[in-house]
Design a protein around this ligand. Sequence first.
Ligand SMILES: [Zn+2]
Length: 446
Amino acid sequence: MTRRVLIEHGRILDGTGTEPFAGDLLIEGERIVAVGPEAASRVPAAEPLERIDANGLTVMPGLVDAHCHLTFDDAGSNPEIFHQRRHALSALVAAYNAGKLLRAGVTGIIDPDSVHECAVDLRDAIEAGLVEGPRMACGCYALIPGLGGTGGLLIADTGVTGYYKVVNGHDEIVAEVRRRPSPGADWIKVHVSGVAPRYASRGEQCSWSQAELDLICEVAHDLGVPVMGHCRGAESTYRAARAGMDLLFHATGMDQRALAEVIERRIPVCPSLTFQANVVDFGDRIGTDPSLVSLFEREIVDSAESLRRLHDAGVPLISGSESGFTVVPYGEWHFREMEVFVRYVGLTPLQAIRTATEHGAIALKLQGQIGVLAAGMLADVICVDGDPASDVTVLEPGRIRHVLLGGRPVDLGPLPPRKQIPGWRLPLMGARLSRAVAHGGPGPVR
Ligand SMILES: [Zn+2]
């Protein structure tokens, strides 16, 4: 028998940027069948019906977080992800973390690149009903050339390190991109920019030629697989856009040329500034080096104007938290990018919410299926205590009262407590112990 759920007496925020309105929402099976004042009258008489009382709550689409690394497991450092992690255990841990996302109202994610490509296994396990988690679209290993990524010397010169795979030259690029559909990549992820410690003052540099990026996109698109690029800096953003990538992460430090190229091609941009914003606002509480705090603040402020111009030109901005690190742990900060869009980019709360609803669906390639509350859409729905249309921070996890995934209510009870896994984390030895510190000096010196 078809399951029917009526969410009644709430305020409907449909995810398109429209002002909220009073109304009910009727779900049959996995889809929404009616939204608005007349929804309740659509229930067939004498049919069983589950009712959710949303009095005082806002009923809205489940959040899409288009930048979430479920296998990183709230890592505190790159060495941990690159060298401490095992295949099967990474997938099992990612499954546990998926539960944290659901409890925070996240019903769809992109996992761009994952340790040992485990995200595709988790996605398939979720789709098969073995594990409960958000809808997922995944990349596999992130592609980098000899210089690439953000790990410097931690990354081996060839082959796989953690979530990276080094490819050099035409033949390796073609072979690796062609391999991706087999393990089930929804996306090809490319680290277009990278950093070398000796040249760190230049920031991240574009590490591919235009011809190489063109080749990646040509081979991937030929197979019907979209391409996404991690780009920091004007040159990498420009080349990625010109190559025809389908989604850009960060896109910070754009110049006029890069901006014009992204606008011309209307490539969705997921700036993922939550990591930086958390360090700027709370770095002093977690012991972040002050130089990093000012660096990140500059990155946000410098990017804000370009992001505003993208928005004004009709380029979809997409919400993504980059969860998976100690600074952005799972289940805590998925609303935060919307706050950044309001505070720094000057979007209205409704425009900011759209980056995690209707625009999030674009990122997941589920446009017209999720991200909007309308008849015919999949019933990924959350009920929030408060009015996100006036303050997006009410989307914090403690205020999510109900989550429905494909019409099925999710149990929001606490996850079982978790213990340490032997060898999983890199233990810190502590600050440098000079004899002065040992014998009553001024305190720890880093
Ligand atoms: Zn990332």
